[in-house]
Design a protein around this ligand. Structure first.
Ligand code: ADP
Ligand code: MG
Length: 675
């Protein structure tokens, strides 16, 4: 409000001019220093700020004060401007210092009406520096914004875009958006997270204007005429009072990056799939190989099993055939015996026939036995041998047979190639048997004659013997099966036991028998036995001769009723005193109760219902060491150590009375103990 004292009601009204009070009120409304002057140069009205800044005498009438004085604080600027305007020039303005306060004011003079001129002064102190400073900041900011690969826009509080960088300006070449609303319309954003068009109110700019910070919102937008994927960021700009005064919008185009990532991912996926396929193929291949090998092994096992079964079947059939052949005459003779019991000649005749048949059966059994029974020859039960000596003997033995063959068809020539000594240890009877079989086979293989070469030699710690013929030879099939018992290609002429026996004998002597053969050219069978070192070879002892029987007190242990009874009778027939029992328990009882007159000998079977004969042997050794022990066994293998040690002799079934008698008499050399 103007000071009422300044209102000089007494001053004469100016024609056409507003009344001074109204003019003062008008000036008072202005936020700047203002004064109205008459064109004559006298002051007419002034506002409060004008009174402060200019030289106004409050006690003198305004119209008595000229602008030359009033506007003194503006140096000469104010009056010069007023004069120019009064002279009819266009309104002008000028910067001017205000008094000595260092303040800068913007002074303007304009014609107010016909009579009055208006002068205003606005404080602009520091405005230039501020403007320069803000221009510098603006330049720095735009330099910064030009560097970022993202789009940047800055808006004011109304959403008007006040600044944007070069990239932003490229995005919508047809129309540069002036507001965030226009930007939203041009972008037509699609909210990818929720898969729906993004409403304007949910746009990053609007959310930032509402005071939120938006971080990495994925949007699909229409830019540069294509669909692009962007990640949008937005944050409010606030003043000191924390009011939102604008927003910064930033987004970056991730279309290419995401496509690359997708491609990379797909490629990785493809590579992984490829890798997996390779692994799969390899596993498949491995499985295939495994299956094939398993099938192969299985088929080989099948073939082996079949061969084994065939061999076992053949063995059983062969045994059955021979046993039946032996039993036939025995049964017939037994039947006839009963009808001719009164004739001593007939009885003797049938008894002879029975014995002969039984001998044949026993021989077959012992030949099979030589194949089956592969427990090694007992140390101490063997003797030093020279294969050359034995081979010579066998060739002599078979000479009649060879001569017969030579006269019937072709001649069989003999070639002897003997090493000076081929020493081994073993049972001469068995080795002779083996050589006999080999010579027989060789002669059989040369129906038109040929050469039979017998060699003995030392090789790698073995004493060897090879019998070679120039005969028919063997096919691979025959060679593979030749060692099987009862395998023969000679029909009813062959037994099929020869090579089986050879094989069993070689094994029992810890040696080997091998065949090499070429069909049509000939065959060589080689026996290799461990070489004996040091001891001189001896010729086999002649068989024991029958001596006078010294009666003994004998305990027989045998669970088989007939066997026990026959044994008792044979022994009693020889004048011995016999007790016979069927179990281990009974045997122990007998041994315990016979302390007064102890037994001279115990003869025990191995397989007993309540234990093994070997247990009884140990029992006797411990409790009645003076009693001699003999063991009778079927085909049970005899362990090499320990078990047999307690027995003086071991006999195999079927028993021959003469053998038994020799052993009881104690006249058998230890060499043939296990025979
Ligand atoms: P066998 O002589 O009674 O037939 P072997 O066991 O001695 O029985 O022989 C078995 C088979 O092996 C014979 O039938 C024959 O086919 C074959 N064989 C054995 N020795 C010879 C050989 N020296 N030359 C050709 N074949 C042989
Ligand atoms: Mg034979």
């Amino acid at each position: 409000m103007a000071d009422p004292s300044s209102m000089d009601q007494a001053s004469p009204p100016v024609p056409d001019a507003p009344d001074p009070a109204r003019a003062a009120a008008l000036l008072e409304a202005l936020p700047i220093a203002a004064a109205l002057f008459l064109r004559s140069g006298m002051l007419y009205a002034v506002n409060t700020l004008g009174r402060e800044w200019f030289v106004v005498d409050a006690r003198a009438p305004l119209t008595s004060q000229s602008w030359g004085v009033v506007l003194l604080p503006l140096a000469s600027a104010g009056s010069a401007l007023l004069e120019a305007v009064a002279a009819g020039n266009a309104p002008v303005s000028q910067r001017a210092p205000l008094g000595r306060e260092g303040r800068i004011v913007d002074v303007r003079a304009v014609p107010f009406d016909r009579e009055l001129l208006l002068l205003t002064a606005t404080d602009v102190t520091g405005q230039d520096e501020q403007r320069a400073e803000s221009a510098r900041v603006d330049r720095e900011l735009s330099a910064l914004l030009s560097l970022t690969p993202s789009t940047v826009r800055i808006t004011d509080v109304s959403g008007r875009i006040v600044q944007s960088n070069a990239i932003a300006n490229l995005e919508h070449p047809s129309r540069s958006p002036a507001t965030v609303r226009e930007l939203w319309e041009l972008d037509a954003p699609h909210d990818m997270a929720n898969n729906r068009p993004l409403s304007f109110l949910d746009s990053p700019a609007m959310r930032a204007l509402a005071g939120n910070v938006v971080l990495r919102q994925r949007l699909e937008v229409r830019r540069l005429g294509a669909q692009r994927v962007i990640e949008a960021f937005a944050a409010p700009i606030r003043n000191e009072q924390h009011d939102v005064t604008g927003v910064v919008l930033l987004d970056r185009d991730v279309t290419d990056r995401e496509r690359l990532e997708r491609q990379l991912h797909e490629r990785e996926g493809r590579e992984a799939a490829l890798q997996e396929q390779v692994t799969h193929e390899r596993e498949h291949l491995d499985r295939l190989v495994e299956e094939r090998s398993r099938a192969l092994i299985a088929s080989q096992e099948d073939r082996l099993r079949e061969r084994r079964l065939t061999a076992v079947g053949q063995l059983a059939a062969g045994v059955m055939h021979d046993v039946n052949n032996a039993l036939n005459p025995i049964m017939a003779a037994a039947y006839l015996l009963r009808h001719h019991a009164e004739s001593p000649d007939a009885v003797r005749d049938y008894a002879d026939r029975i014995q002969k048949a039984a001998e044949i059966g026993a021989a077959t059994a012992s030949r099979v036995g030589r194949f089956i029974r592969q427990e090694p020859v007992h140390a101490g039960g063997d003797e030093a041998l020279d294969l050359s000596v034995l081979a010579d003997e066998v060739l002599d033995l078979t000479e009649p047979m060879r001569l017969r063959r030579s006269s019937e068809s072709g001649e069989v020539r003999i070639v002897r190639q003997f090493a000076s000594r081929a020493s081994t240890r073993g049972l001469p009877g068995e080795i002779r048997e083996a050589l006999l079989n080999l010579v027989q086979n060789a002669v059989d293989a040369m129906p038109e004659g040929g050469t039979l070469t017998v060699r003995t030699f030392d090789e790698g710690g073995d004493a060897c013997l090879a019998i070679r013929d120039t005969g028919v030879g063997m096919s691979a099939d025959v060679r593979e099966r030749a060692f099987e018992p009862f395998f023969t290609t000679k029909g009813s002429r062959g037994s099929g036991l020869g090579l089986a026996e050879v094989y069993g004998i070689a094994r029992r002597h810890r040696g080997t028998a091998t065949i090499s053969s070429v069909p049509g050219r000939g065959t060589e069978v080689t026996l290799r036995l461990p070489r004996a070192v040091g001891s001189e070879p001896q010729l086999a002892l002649p068989g024991a001769t029958r001596e006078a029987v010294i009666p003994q007190y004998i305990l027989v242990v045998e669970d088989h009723d007939d066997g026990r009874e026959f044994l008792r009778r044979i022994l009693q027939a020889d004048g011995h005193r016999v007790d016979a029992v069927g179990t281990c328990a009974d045997a122990r009882e007998k041994l315990a109760s016979s302390a007064a007159t102890p037994y001279d000998l115990m003869l025990t079977d191995v397989g007993l219902p309540d234990g093994s004969g070997w247990e009884l042997v140990r029992h006797v050794r411990r409790h009645a060491p003076t009693v001699r022990v003999g063991v009778i066994t079927g085909w049970e293998p005899i362990a090499e150590t320990g078990e047999s040690r307690g027995a003086e002799f071991v006999l195999r079934k079927p028993l021959r009375a003469s053998e038994l008698q020799a052993h009881i008499a104690g006249s058998v050399s230890p060499a043939s103990k296990t025979e």
